[in-house]
Design a protein around this ligand. Structure first.
Ligand code: 8YV
Length: 333
């Protein structure tokens, strides 16, 4: 009988995913571990054929060299900036992700942040819980309207489009920036207008980042783009912390150069720039864009299925790097 592939699940997941994995693989499931340290990851990967990772696990060339049996890396996330794809390509290792599944859940959180930052929900709750609400005041916690305000979406992929669909219910004109314009049919359906990025920052009342991270967009949003925003504008980041120069954002918020921000992601997460913590006009949540049970289970199962197909010699449905299959180092299993 041929041996079943061995896989490592790097950290806590749901029983549905463990059950699926056990049907197909020999599994080291690591349950009870919120996260593996890099040293643990290196040790646990010894002898593994595949690995199911979370976005917090960094998969780089050195780790792959130290884990020569690994043939497939599957991330339970849409963003895969934590995986060195070029290093996977050069070693014939398949990499896959979970696109499509979390779009609506993440766009829901986007809207929650837009509303919370615009209408000062966090501030209001802190004020009330601190026992500071003594009387009705005409100008208590005045915020920014969301309805009929112009939403600027940077990154018009699946999540950006899901956000644009929600904006229609709030009667919001939508402008967007994307490296390439989306199909005219999509622009028409979403009633969305392409703008150059600096124009978008100047035009929009609410700017929301929905683009994938790459070195090319590192600190894309810094003092120059923030300076283009209106003093009443709201900034939301659903994408990756590294796209924003946090010191520049803190400066803009502290000096009320913009009205507010809603952030799900941070450059050094889970460490938070202390300057952000002092700001009353920033709504801060801990990278929970995809965090509903249904969506996280669907992401985990998708990642496990990608691994199964890849380790059986097939093309994973969400393969990121077809180049790896053409590489002499690719091992079909
Ligand atoms: C993940 C995300 O939960 O999918 C992504 O890219 O940012 C989140 O949905 C996170 O990366 C942990 O895996």
């Amino acid at each position: 009988m041929s041996q079943r592939p061995r896989i490592l699940i790097t950290c806590d997941t749901f029983p549905e995913i463990i059950d699926f994995a056990r049907e197909h693989f020999e599994v080291v499931d690591n349950q009870g571990q919120a996260q593996s340290t890099p040293a643990q990851l290196r040790e646990r990967l010894q002898g593994m054929d595949g690995v199911l990772v979370a976005g917090t696990d960094r998969i780089d060339a050195a780790l792959l060299d130290a884990s020569p049996t690994v043939r497939a890396v599957s991330i339970a996330a849409v963003g895969y900036n934590s995986i060195d794809i070029a290093a996977c390509n050069e070693r014939g290792i398949l990499a896959s992700n979970t696109p499509g599944i979390l779009d609506d859940t993440t766009a829901d959180l986007g809207f929650a942040l837009i509303l919370a930052a615009s209408r000062r929900i966090g501030e209001g709750e802190r004020y009330l819980r601190a026992g500071r609400w003594k009387r009705w005041e005409n100008d208590l916690l005045l915020g920014q309207d969301v309805h009929h305000r112009t939403l600027g979406i940077v990154g018009m992929g699946r999540i950006g489009q899901a956000l644009a669909r929600r904006a229609r219910g709030f009667d919001m004109p939508v402008v967007y920036h994307n490296r390439s314009r989306v199909d005219a049919a999509i622009e028409q359906a979403l009633d969305a207008r392409w703008l150059a990025i600096d124009e978008l920052f100047a035009t929009a009342d609410i700017v929301c980042l929905c683009l994938p991270y790459s070195q090319a967009v590192h600190h894309l949003v810094g003092a120059a783009l923030l300076a283009r925003m209106k003093p009443t504008a709201v900034f939301v980041n659903l994408a990756r912390g590294g796209i924003v120069d946090e010191d520049a954002l803190i400066h803009a918020l502290r000096h009320h150069a913009i009205a507010a921000a809603g952030l799900d992601v941070y450059e050094g997460e889970p460490a938070i720039n202390p300057g952000l913590l002092d700001l009353d006009n920033a709504v801060l949540v801990p990278h929970i864009g995809s965090a509903t049970r249904e969506t996280r289970v669907a992401m985990g199962l998708c990642a496990a299925r990608n691994l199964k197909v890849g380790l059986e010699g097939g093309v994973p449905p969400n393969l990121i790097n077809p180049q790896a299959m053409a590489h002499p180092a690719y091992r079909r299993g």
